[in-house]
Ligand binder design. Structure first.
Ligand code: MN3
Length: 295
C-alpha cells in the first residue's frame, strides 16, 4: 500500500518568469528513458517481483525503499516543469490566438496535451513506455541494471544542467544529483555485498564530482549525500545492512534516516483561462467548491 504525503521533497522556489525552454529540457528528467519515471517503475516492479524476499531482505528492502523515494522525484520534477511554464502565455479572447507563443518555444505537448504543465514523456514528445523497465528476477543482474540506470540518469541530469542556467531548474537538478548519487552508491554497495566486486571504484560516472555544482554542493553540505531515508513506518529496517560505512567522497558516515526528508510546500498552480484550465471562466467552479467546503 501507499501513503501519500502532501509535500515536495524540498522547498522549491517558484520561477520569477516563465521559461518554457527550460521546462522542455527538464521533461527529459521526468519521462525520458533515464528519467524519474524509469527509476520509479524499475525499482517498483523489481520489488513486486522479488524472489525469496524472506531470505534476501536487505536487498529487497533497499530496492523497495528507493522505489518509494522515486515517487517523490517524479512529483518534484513535475512541479519544476509546471513552475517553469507559469505565465508563458496571457489570457485573452480565444479568437485572438492567445496560444500563438507556443509555436516558438519549448515543447508543443505542454500546450496541446496539458495546460502548460508536465506530461509523462521526453523532450522529443515520445511518451514514457514500459519498455524502459527491466525486471529479470536475477538479483545481481537487476542490481547491475539499477547501477547503470542511476549513472545514465546522472549523465542526463548533468546535460540538462548544462542546457539551462534557470535557477529553479538547477535547484531541482542539484538535489536530484545528490539523491541519485545516494542511489548509485547504494546499488554499488549492494553489488559489492552480493559479489565481492568493489563497484563504487567506477564512480563517479561521468568522472566529475557533484560538489563541482553549487546547487548540489549546497545539499551535500547539509549531509543529504549520506542519508538514506526510510520511506515506510516500521519496516525496510534492513537497508542498514547495505547502507553503512563511510561515503567514498568525503569519508563521512552513511546514515539511515527514519522517515522522509522535511520537504516543502507544493506550489499552487494558477488558472490558465486560455487553456480552459480548470475552465475558461472558473468562477462557477470556485463557487461550487466553496459550497462543498462549507457543507
Ligand atoms: Mn531519482
Amino acid at each position: 500500500m501507499y501513503l501519500r504525503i502532501a509535500k515536495l521533497q524540498i522547498e522549491l522556489p517558484m520561477p520569477k518568469k516563465a521559461d518554457p525552454d527550460a521546462a522542455a529540457a527538464v521533461q527529459d528528467l521526468l519521462g525520458g528513458r533515464f528519467g524519474e519515471m524509469s527509476t520509479l517503475m524499475n525499482y517498483t516492479y523489481q520489488s513486486f517481483n522479488f524472489r525469496n524476499r524472506d531470505k534476501l531482505k536487505p536487498f529487497y528492502d533497499l530496492i523497495a525503499n528507493i522505489a518509494a523515494e522515486e515517487m517523490g522525484h517524479i512529483e518534484l520534477v513535475s512541479a519544476t516543469i509546471n513552475g517553469l511554464l507559469v505565465g508563458t502565455t496571457k489570457a485573452d479572447d480565444p479568437t485572438k490566438t492567445p496560444l500563438a507563443p507556443a509555436l516558438d518555444v519549448g515543447n508543443l505537448r505542454h500546450f496541446l496535451d496539458t495546460s502548460q504543465a508536465s506530461f509523462c514523456g521526453d523532450p522529443g514528445g515520445k511518451y514514457w513506455t514500459g519498455d524502459y523497465v527491466f525486471s529479470s528476477g536475477n538479483l545481481v543482474l537487476d542490481l547491475l541494471h539499477n547501477f547503470f540506470l542511476e549513472n545514465g540518469a546522472r549523465m542526463h541530469k548533468l546535460r540538462c544542467y548544462e542546457m539551462t542556467d534557470n535557477p529553479v531548474a538547477r535547484e531541482m537538478v542539484g538535489y536530484l544529483l545528490v539523491r541519485g548519487g545516494v542511489h548509485a552508491l547504494a546499488y554499488a554497495k549492494a553489488l559489492e555485498e552480493a559479489t565481492g566486486v568493489d563497484v563504487k571504484k567506477m564512480m563517479p560516472i561521468p568522472n566529475i564530482q557533484n560538489s563541482k555544482f553549487p546547487e548540489a554542493r549546497k545539499f551535500e553540505q547539509k549531509g543529504y549525500h549520506r542519508n538514506l531515508y526510510r520511506f515506510t513506518p516500521g519496516d525496510y529496517v534492513d537497508v542498514d545492512k547495505i547502507w553503512k560505512g563511510t561515503h567514498p567522497d568525503d569519508g563521512q558516515s552513511l546514515q539511515v534516516v527514519e522517515g522522509p526528508p522535511e520537504g516543502g510546500e507544493i506550489p499552487v498552480l494558477p488558472e490558465v483561462p486560455e487553456q480552459f484550465a480548470p475552465d475558461y471562466d472558473p468562477a462557477e467552479l470556485f463557487e461550487i467548491a466553496k459550497r462543498l467546503m462549507k457543507g
